[in-house]
Design a protein around this ligand. Sequence first.
Ligand SMILES: [Zn+2]
Length: 244
Amino acid sequence: MESLTAAHIVQIWELGQGQHPLDRVLTCLAFALPDQPLDILASLSIGRRDGYLLTLRELTFGPTLDSVATCPSCQETLEFALKVGDIRTGDPSVPLVDPVEWETDGIRLKFRLPNSLDLAATVGLGDSAAARQQLLERCVLAASQGDQPIAVGNLASSVLAQVEGAIAAADPQADITLDLTCPACGHNWQVAFDIGAFLWAEITAYAQRLLLDTHQLARVYGWAEADILAMSNQRRQYYLGLVG
Ligand SMILES: [Zn+2]
């Protein structure tokens, strides 16, 4: 994997403006893994995708993720730093077991891990129960009790809930939950951490900063945008200091 260059970051931000969040993170990975076709990236499990996004974030912006949350009890703003290593659940180079064979209460199931295409298929199903059903119907490859096959739609809701738990256990990087405590009131709560949204917010802020810097240097020196973006950050910042 390659870190994102300044020119990549501006291009990703530009492309991502009109994209769904699911596609934006694939755009980031397409720049970082230029040898991988987009359909291969889209078929990565969500946990594996997020593992790559964490690596990309570390390569591009470093290992510390400065985060902010609002206490739901007293509305205090909580600032905290996460390390990539703190939220990494395993070695991303170790292959995941996929599909997974699983058995409960005499029911045998074979399921694969949800990927970006599966999540995309649930977009627009506003009703979360419908989205959940759609995801399971796509990912459960076979279900049977004894010799009798069972349709996913006929599985008991208790079994489906267990399948969801088994999917989460098989792809733990897909579901990162932070345990936070408010320093002002002591309230404790959990919040999901989404590396895709986090990285996109950083790319947006950095791309806009790069364009502003480019604008200032181009106006004074008349240099081409591509040349300014191709400079090291140190050199660009030095010229900006001279411009004042
Ligand atoms: Zn609080």
